[in-house]
Design a protein around this ligand. Structure first.
Ligand SMILES: [Zn+2]
Length: 64
């Protein structure tokens, strides 16, 4: 997983087993907790679902 250092915004590679633990930025040496990024919930109003737009707009499967 790649996280951004909160201090200098350097991309820091975090092993999965280090999530929720402390990581150190190799650039500025800032120690920060490697929190998994929060996925933003996109709330869809039911009324917006009346018009199907899925046909031909397949962005690729994410089910794995
Ligand atoms: Zn940094």
């Amino acid at each position: 997983m790649i996280l951004e250092c909160p201090q200098c915004k350097t991309k820091v590679k975090i092993p999965d087993e280090a999530i929720e633990k402390k990581a150190r930025c190799p650039r500025c040496k800032t120690v920060f907790v490697a929190e998994a990024p929060v996925e933003v919930d996109v709330e869809v109003m039911e009324s917006e679902l009346e018009e199907p737009v899925s046909c031909g707009a397949n962005l690729g499967g994410t089910g794995d």
